[in-house]
Design a binder for this molecule. Structure first.
Ligand SMILES: [Zn+2]
Length: 267
């Protein structure tokens, strides 16, 4: 499941290869991935347009075009974004959803085997509304412990649920929420309004540390998104806590997703 670090890795690899390049022609194989745009309008907007900036917002890749439009792609579980140096082989084009032939002959492809991902095309006001609905980016310098505490204030829900709420903070998914709460030594089911300032600070540091390590390891080990990251709790229910040796517990009662924690270290 691509979370923030995987999408960040994809975007960092894509940016130098796409930025400044114009699309000669575009093709869309399937329309079920489209959001807020029809196939004819998507192809008309992309063709002849240039990619100006490739960045990430939450778990989405954002491709800003010279026209000011944003092509927002959320690759989800089975999607990938790749630039090929030469025309695609039959095998390579098999699950290609969106194919953009660049002016220099290279080919940018959004491929998605099961098409769980989405493609949005937003104009400037559409983008402004879209990005305003999402919380601040945890890896931005402006994301201080104070900002974090402020974004989480006024809620009584479980802290795990609160930090995964994209309107409060961008890009924290289930894997990294589990890992950050373990690192901070905080019970995932603890009511958010019961967290002390010191706990907010610890959780803030843990979120940053977990995300930064995941970005760093993904950036060095993969080309297409599978990260190698030492998971200490996620997916390890029933195994021993790496810190104290107690058996890790998995519960689905907090948000229906798998939450794994150490009942001793995260009290
Ligand atoms: Zn423990």
């Amino acid at each position: 499941m691509p979370e923030l670090p995987e999408v960040e890795t994809i975007v960092r690899q894509l940016a130098p290869r796409l930025e400044g390049h114009r699309v000669r022609r575009a093709r869309l194989a399937k329309t079920d991935v489209l959001r807020r745009v029809s196939k004819p309008r998507l192809l008309k907007t992309i063709t002849g347009n240039a990619f100006e900036e490739v960045s990430r917002r939450a778990k989405h890749a954002v491709l800003r075009l010279a026209s000011g439009h944003r092509l927002v792609i959320q690759p989800r579980m089975t999607g990938s974004l790749v630039v090929y140096d030469r025309p695609l082989t039959k095998e390579q084009s098999r699950y290609a959803v969106l194919t953009c032939v660049l002016e220099d002959g290279r080919v940018f492809v959004y491929r998605d085997v099961r098409r769980l991902g989405t493609v949005w095309l937003l104009d400037e006001p559409g983008w402004a509304a879209y990005t305003a609905r999402i919380g601040p980016e945890p890896l931005d310098e402006t994301f201080t412990p104070f900002v974090f505490a402020e974004r989480l204030s006024g809620t009584r829900t479980a802290v795990k649920k609160a930090i995964m709420d994209q309107r409060r903070v961008a890009g924290i998914g289930n894997i990294y929420a589990n890992e950050a709460l373990f690192e901070a030594g905080i019970d995932p089911s603890k009511r958010t309004d019961k967290l002390s300032l010191e706990e907010f600070a610890r959780l803030h540091a843990a979120v940053l540390s977990v995300l930064e390590r995941a970005v760093a390891s993904a950036g060095t080990t993969v080309r297409e998104g599978r990260f190698q990251f030492e998971l200490k709790v996620y997916g390890r229910g029933g195994e021993r806590c790496v810190r104290c040796g107690k058996k890790l517990v998995t519960t689905h009662t907090i948000d229906l997703r798998a939450t794994t924690f150490c009942p001793r270290c995260q009290r």
